[in-house]
Ligand binder design. Structure first.
Ligand SMILES: [Zn+2]
Length: 140
């Protein structure tokens, strides 16, 4: 079998490839991660009491989940919540008060009255999570 090197029309900067364009692979990965975040969002929102909120967006930052949500009738209708899953050592039986595996833990919560504030609140939450989970610590 002979491969012909080709270049993706949609990602010319990704360079020539044999089987899969790295740009398309990254795009597919991003879509799958976003779908995974959207699927996790209602269960995470349940711990802050808003499992039925309209989910505006959901994304992962350093393994934590950020959810932007909207509740038209709430006192503060636009909310940004960030969650993490427990580390393995938090769920061990040796813990005095162990967390359940898969139990979301609230890290960050902010809200506003205006829809325009959502992008800025999301950016603030992202900054907070990057400071909370520096790459150096994750690599260690
Ligand atoms: Zn491509």
């Amino acid at each position: 079998m002979r491969y012909i090197r080709q270049t993706c029309k949609r990602h010319p900067n990704a360079g020539p490839f044999l089987a899969t364009c790295s740009g398309c692979a990254q795009e597919l990965h991003d879509i799958q991660e976003r779908n995974r975040a959207l699927a996790a969002a209602p269960k995470a929102l349940a711990i802050v009491g808003t499992p039925d909120a309209e989910i505006l967006d959901a994304t992962w930052v350093r393994g934590a989940l950020i959810v932007a949500s909207h509740q038209p009738d709430a006192h503060i209708p636009y909310c940004i919540d960030a969650f993490r899953l427990p580390a393995p050592d938090e769920t061990g039986p040796e813990q005095e008060d162990p967390r359940a595996p898969g139990e979301w833990v609230l890290l960050y919560q902010y809200g506003d009255w205006m829809p325009d504030s959502v992008p800025e609140m999301t950016a603030d939450a992202t900054t907070y999570l990057r400071e909370l989970f520096p790459l150096r610590a994750l690599a260690a």
